[in-house]
Design a protein around this ligand. Structure first.
Ligand code: HAM
Length: 426
């Protein structure tokens, strides 16, 4: 019989690495709280139409990478639905905001999420088929200031603060504007015209995109197409005055905070809903998949999904890539228990469990041995998992005086049971 393994592109996360995941998530939650964000949890699968209408039919995500299935009707009254494991979470958040009338509240909605996303991509370092995103969205009616460039700058400043607090060194913020939907339409026309003489030399996907959605030609990864893409017009030349003004205000506010950035006019991002500001934070240590996070403004998304006018901006961090970066960067000291309790004989197991209960309830991190272990085996196990070993034999149990050895110093100490928790926490 063949052995079963985790599916290609999925991974098991094990201790001690999971401690790092927890630390990242705790830091993100704490930073988001300081900026007045609240958590939203949406389902991991949605109606396929949600992604087709928002991310866009011609994007790589929707055209090639979604896990989609027909959900058969169980009752005659039910319709068969086409469902998709979410490849990203912005669409789901905006759908939820519309469904729960959050926009009508008149308030700016500041929502964050942490959770798995699914894309059928070719797995490689930093690219998985199930991966985790930490993301946030700021969305609301224009009257709440949702269109203000201040919101863009605040989100970018928050990200710089989060990466700094996580201890990520040497990140780069790349910034661009893809303009309003009218600017995008103008740019698409300029691209279409520029592609006419060269498109026959490009890959089949580009030949199709040149007709259906020329902007997506810029997402092409085929090496032979890159010299042609390099020579295409840039979107900066198609921006109208309003978009230029918005972008200038974003960069001016960022300049005031001192958050460093570089301009990248090729940064159009692989999803169709973006308008105006787009950005990525990259890290040189990640190799080919160098985007730690990406995001941007999506002023028309709510209307694309049948909702009210609700401009917004957000981002999603690739949590797997944060972990890779931190693992490469820091040699975190292995976490070990405060003490290992070694009962001398199986007759002392119950007493050892009682002692462990006392100490754990006092807030200590305790590993419990087993009375069937020889003393040598207990010492070996204790040295691997804890800072100290506490010996519990018949004499210790009767006298209430325990023997504690601290591995770092090699010193052996007699400690009364009443003082043990205090001693171990030092
Ligand atoms: P995205 O650029 O598709 O944007 O993904 C954001 C981040 O998720 C990437 O920068 C990367 O770190 C991570 N990521 C994407 N695909 C994978 C993968 N296969 N394996 C590991 N990590 C991956 C979005 O998803 C937008 N929803 C972001 C957004 C939010 N825009 C506005 N609001």
């Amino acid at each position: 019989m063949s052995t079963l393994k985790a599916v290609r592109g999925t991974r098991d996360l094990l201790p001690p690495e999971t401690a790092l995941w927890n630390r990242i998530e705790a830091t993100a939650r704490a930073v988001f709280a300081r900026y007045n964000f609240g958590e939203i949890r949406t389902p991991v699968f949605e109606d396929t139409a949600l992604f087709a209408r928002s991310v866009g039919e011609e994007t790589d995500i929707v055209s090639k990478e979604m896990y989609t299935w027909e959900d058969r009707a169980r009752a005659q009254s039910e319709k068969t639905q086409t469902l998709t494991l979410r490849p990203e979470n912005t669409a789901g958040v905006v759908r939820a905001a519309i469904e729960h009338n959050l926009i009508e509240s008149g308030q700016l909605q500041k929502l964050y999420y942490i959770g798995p996303q699914f894309r059928r991509e070719r797995p490689q370092k930093g690219r998985y088929r199930q991966f985790s995103q930490i993301g946030a969205e700021v969305i609301g009616p224009p009257s709440a200031g949702s269109e203000s460039p201040l919101r863009d700058a605040e989100v970018l400043e928050m990200l710089a603060t989060l990466l700094d607090e996580l201890g990520i060194k040497d990140w780069t913020l790349e910034l661009n504007s893809v303009g309003s939907s009218a600017d995008r339409e103008r740019y698409n026309q300029a691209l279409r015209a520029a592609l006419v003489p060269v498109v026959s030399q490009m890959c089949a996907d580009c030949q199709r995109r040149a007709v259906t959605n020329p902007l997506r030609v810029l997402d092409c990864k085929v090496p032979a197409d890159q010299p042609i893409i390099e020579k295409l017009p840039v979107i900066a030349d198609s921006l109208d005055q309003e978009s230029e003004k918005h972008f200038a205000a974003v960069t001016a506010a960022l300049d005031a905070t001192g958050v460093p950035y570089t301009l990248n006019h090729r940064l159009v991002r692989g999803l169709d809903y973006y308008t105006r500001t787009t950005f990525e934070f990259t890290h040189g240590g990640l190799g080919a998949q160098n985007a730690l996070l990406g995001g941007g403004r999506y002023d028309g998304l709510s209307e694309m999904l049948g909702g009210p006018k609700a401009p917004g901006i957000g981002f999603a961090i690739g949590e797997d890539r944060l972990v890779l970066t931190l693992l490469a960067q820091e040699v975190a000291p292995p976490q070990v228990a405060d003490a290992f309790i070694a009962p001398l004989g199986e007759g002392l197991n119950a007493a050892a469990l009682t002692l462990a209960r006392e100490l754990r309830r006092a807030g200590l991190w305790i590993e419990l041995g087993d009375g069937s272990f020889r003393l040598k085996k207990s010492f070996d196990a204790a040295e691997k998992t804890a800072r100290r070993i506490v010996i519990l034999g018949e004499d210790e149990l009767k006298s209430g005086i325990l023997t504690v050895k601290t591995f770092a110093t090699g010193i052996q100490t007699k400690v009364s049971r009443a003082e043990l928790a205090g001693f171990l926490s030092n």
